[in-house]
Design a protein around this ligand. Structure first.
Ligand code: SAM
Length: 683
């Protein structure tokens, strides 16, 4: 049995596929699954089989040629394997689709191939080599969850790693054409079960088609019971028959029955979107929308990369809870996502470095927490693993007295420069202006721009991404947000200063020196929103640095570094946090309507009304990223852009709900509490 869709399977690494490389009938090497005793494809005629079974039986060449929708055409697949089917679908899309069309591929995989096996398998198809190289370059670590890859400007691939049925039950998105792959039902009966067909039907768009190589009775019965019509059509090669079909009766989506407030607003026009705030949250949303062909105006009173995103250097890291919770899942997904995004955006690594992050266990309590974390999260060593003090010293090239966690693929980023790069995405127009008010109209929004000039801007939709100022608008005033002041210190390094090869975190963080400067910090002062630089904060940062890396600090002093609070440079900025410390990413709820529609919950939380959540139509928010926006904001941006553009989402449905900006409102309503409102009240 599958767990309830809102209870996510463990956050863990997955076993990679065990392959034999066998010679097929043509004498050519082809991958064969040792576990399932079945083939991935035949080297002899695998391409032709894919084209016959999956592409033509779903009528893809004709459907691609006719595709005129603003949203992408969505293909869903059970069992990604080597990716041959999806690469062929991409090639077919390129050959037939009009230039403005987009393709979105969603595929599940419980036993991902190791990267070397993937490359070896796909080497069989020289004319797919360029496409295969893009896939292999972005191939994720085998971690359960959703991994979004940008195959090219028009083609996105979401790999849902984990069991097919579990993954499709949690997919927030719907499909136009299904490739029912996965090994033969006789070899893989666990996959081809009734729940799989129900999940396929529930995630089908009206008119969705399907194709599969098998004609097994269990498949025919399962499809029919779930509401698909199937017919036998000629199979490929020696296989006499296969199945093609379509959804006839898509089932009612009952997923929102328990949480109707999280029902997403209906898709609406998004030709021009205004994004307010050009820090990492807003610049990421702007770039994500522009990549989809949406015209974006990105407004900021100080230009891209100021405020909390204005530092020269920041750590790309996460702190995950010892016991898995939705917040940890979001942050780990976000870290892996940011890492992939940075590699794609800046392969020369001028804006970032995946040098690795050490999270030291400086107390017995933290040591116990980390031990529990590792026991509960069997993740690949490339993602995170425990290290001793000796290993930490070796990795960082400086003596360290404590062991901890090592995230080999995390590192540091130049946040301000990254914001500027994202804001320079073609299709984004930057404007230096303060937005002082938002007025809804029949076709969108009017933004009042500040400084008394009475200037206005109109847009179909608006995304608010102004950190601690995000709830200054009437529409967002009900969202609890807390300002948090943080100051970093900067030290110009003398000749002969010691090296540091990893970002080291404990109470604060210190990345490897950049451009001859060591940055360290940051202070954490909730409910303070002034940005003057204070000597006392430098002293606090210095004390923290010395406690974390005493030998390193002694060597700095010996080299003549001016480690005095009075002489340090620095920068202070205000970040924003939500009461539960997870970001807000999604549509802005109509707070008064929620209070009325869900008032009864205070008396009886089990009497959930059917009323879907009402929202400010076309108004979105990405905020409350705290000091970890480098890990959370790019993924939240994809989430919002995907929702605006009516695409499948890059996170599991329960995590999308976890990020919903209305989650505190409904919690307060259920608990019968007065709403926690406004800046400074977010504890
Ligand atoms: N579509 C693939 C391609 O183009 O190369 C071939 C798929 S291969 C025949 C079947 C795949 O289904 C394997 O990669 C296998 O690991 C995967 N699989 C089997 N059972 C699964 C399950 N329950 N959930 C997810 N994936 C599964």
């Amino acid at each position: 049995m599958t767990a309830a869709p809102d209870a996510l399977p463990p956050l863990a690494g997955l076993q990679t596929a065990r392959l034999d490389w066998r010679r097929d009938e043509g004498g050519e090497e082809a991958p064969h699954s040792a576990a399932f005793d079945d083939v991935y494809f035949s080297r002899h005629d695998g391409r032709a089989e894919t084209e016959h079974v999956f592409l033509h039986a779903n009528r893809l060449p004709a459907r691609f040629a006719e595709w005129q929708e603003a949203r992408p055409f969505v293909i869903g697949e059970t069992g990604f394997g080597t990716g041959l089917n999806m690469l062929c679908a991409w090639a077919c899309f390129d050959a037939h689709s009009p230039p403005t069309a987009r393709l979105h591929l969603v595929s599940t995989e419980k036993f991902p191939l190791a990267r070397e096996d993937l490359a070896r398998a796909l080497a069989a198809w020289p004319d797919l080599a360029e496409r295969a190289a893009r896939l292999v370059a972005q191939w994720p670590e085998p971690v359960a969850g959703v991994h979004r890859l940008w195959l090219d400007e028009r083609v996105t691939l979401d790999l849902h790693f984990g069991d097919t049925t579990e993954r499709l039950e949690r997919l927030d998105g719907r499909v136009d054409a299904w490739f029912l792959d996965g090994f033969a039902p006789s070899k893989n009966p666990e996959m081809w079960r009734p729940e799989l067909f129900a999940a396929l039907a529930a995630r089908s768009r009206p008119g969705a088609t399907l194709a599969t190589f098998t004609c097994a009775g269990v498949v025919k019965r399962g499809l029919a019971a779930a509401g698909f019509a199937w017919r036998k059509v000629p199979g490929f090669g020696r296989k006499r028959e296969m199945l093609a079909g379509e959804i006839v009766a898509p089932p009612e989506d009952r997923r929102r029955a328990a949480t109707p407030w999280f029902t997403p607003p209906a898709a609406r026009a998004a030709r021009h979107v205004a994004v307010v705030g050009a820090g990492i949250a807003g610049a990421s949303v702007a770039a994500a929308l522009a990549r989809r062909g949406v015209a974006v105006t990105l407004l900021d009173r100080e230009g891209p990369g100021s405020g909390g995103s204005g530092n020269e250097q920041g750590a790309l890291y996460v702190k995950l809870a010892a016991d898995t919770n939705p917040q940890s899942r979001v942050y780990l997904a976000g870290l892996l996502h940011s890492r992939r995004l940075l590699e794609a955006l800046d392969p020369e690594r001028t804006l970032w470095s995946p040098c690795g992050v050490l999270q030291l266990a400086m107390s017995d309590r933290e040591q116990a927490r980390q031990t529990r974390f590792l026991a509960h999260h069997p993740l690949p060593g490339r993602v995170v693993h425990g290290v001793s003090a000796e290993e930490a010293s070796r990795l960082s090239s400086t003596p360290i007295e404590h062991g901890g966690l090592h995230y080999p693929e995390a590192g540091w980023v130049r946040p301000a420069a990254l914001c500027r790069r994202l804001a320079a995405t073609p299709g984004v127009t930057c404007r230096r202006a303060e937005v002082v008010g938002l007025t809804p109209g029949d076709d969108g929004w009017t933004l009042a721009l500040g400084e008394g000039k009475g200037e206005r801007l109109t847009a179909d939709q608006v995304v608010i991404a102004t950190a601690a100022l995000a709830n200054r608008f009437a529409q967002t005033a009900a969202l609890p947000l807390q300002p948090v002041r943080g100051q970093v210190s900067r030290l110009a390094l003398p000749e002969g200063a010691p090296t540091l090869d990893r970002v080291v975190c404990a109470g604060g963080y210190v990345p490897p020196p950049l451009d001859g400067t060591l940055t360290f910090g940051a202070t954490f002062a909730p409910n303070r929103d002034e940005t003057a630089v204070h000597e006392a904060d430098h002293a606090a940062n210095l004390a923290e640095l010395e406690a974390t890396l005493p030998t390193f600090v002694a060597a700095l002093r010996e080299a003549g570094a001016a480690l005095e609070p009075a002489t340090l440079e620095g920068r202070a900025a205000v970040r924003a946090a939500s009461p539960d410390k997870s970001p807000y990413a999604g549509p802005v709820p109509l707070a008064e309507a929620w209070a009325a529609d869900y008032a009864l919950l205070a008396k009886d939380a089990t009497r959930v009304p059917e009323t879907p959540g009402r929202h400010h139509e076309g108004l979105w928010i990405s905020a409350a990223h705290g000091s970890r926006g480098l890990a959370s904001a790019p993924l939240c941006a994809e989430l919002i852009a995907s929702r605006i553009c009516d695409e499948p989402l890059p996170l599991e449905a329960p995590l999308v709900d976890h990020l919903h900006p209305g989650r505190r409102l409904i919690r307060d309503l259920i608990q019968g509490k007065p709403p926690t409102r406004g800046v400074g009240n977010g504890s």
